[in-house]
Design a binder for this molecule. Sequence first.
Ligand code: ZN
Length: 406
Amino acid sequence: MALILLAALAMAQEYRFPAGDAHYGAFYPTAYKDHGGSTDWGCGGITYSGHNGSDFGFGSWSGMDEGREIVAAAEGTVVAVNDGEYDRCSTGDCGGGGGFGNYVKIAHADGRSTYYAHLKQWTVAVAVGQYVGCGTHLGYGGSSGNSTGPHVHFEVRESSGSASDPFDGSCSAPPTYWLDQGAYGGLPGGSCQNAGPCTVVATLSCGQTISSANNTGGATQSHSLYGCGEWPTSGPEIAYSFSTPIDEPVTLGLTGMGGDIDLFVLGSAACDGSGAITCSTNSEASEEWLAFNATANVTYTLVVDGYDGIASGFNLSASCVGTVGDPDPEPGDSGGESVPDPRPTTAPSSPVPGRRTPFAEVGCGAGAGDSGAGGDGGAPGTRVPLDEVGAGLLLLALWRRSRPRT
Ligand SMILES: [Zn+2]
């Protein structure tokens, strides 16, 4: 029993804010869960009687028309969806989807489930049975079901079916379910939970090619933060170790893919966003190539990660120059592993047009793979809470009069 309990505790999933990164700043809380007497988690009154979820508005009808992306707060399996309901409800009683209108329900490994409700009509982008990573696109915010204006209703249910408040405060029981719940009146953080070190399944050596898939044995779907930018729409990932006995330039190739999967080189298996060496994340590219200068006897971690849930077979190869100070040349060794460079002569040396811009470029060495935008040096996913310097309070005051509910 103790082991089971410990396992359950270890597996408890923490949530990111369920809005897409491009629209994160457009959201603001309009109604928290009611703890009785219209009292919210912070003992304030940003709620209404009987409200079971957390409502976040996003800028009225024009915001809805522009599109406000809703994403999975944590990885899990889609267990219910509803779509097709009228989505400009302002009366609070339009019905459909049990009052949730167009919605998605995700079941998580820790037994809890999360609801994303009142979505825009015909924007639900996932299907029942689909496994989604943290940050996976679910749809767009709307005002379907029993809603009075555009917002998302985010609700956490225990395995028993009872609703829990993800916020921890003086009038709510701990723990918080958010990875970073933020300030009262502000927004929880937009970073996904990191699930511990990457699981290394095999070792790739100089001159070797591994043919595998990013959803085969040993693959996980719990990481989206490698340090070259967080992939809010990550997919399954599989990791390998790599090292050489000498300092030498190394070229890695990822080829033979049938979908958009990307390659990351990390200085360790921590997979926590630190220690990134370089990465190659071209959109829709059928090949990824990158080069870096390996240091003798350092164990690097190579992660192959699918974009937006994509799984694919691939060939991962390492080509080493092997001529830089080989300390122990073998008889007949003409200077290390003289593996032919398999790269096409037209291998892209700069990002291709249309490549995705990572959410936040962090600590990624200057390499062949990535030189994207960003570079503000901030921690990935950290953002100024909405309520800082009172901005949020002003917004709240403006929205109190007609804040969307249900
Ligand atoms: Zn609500």
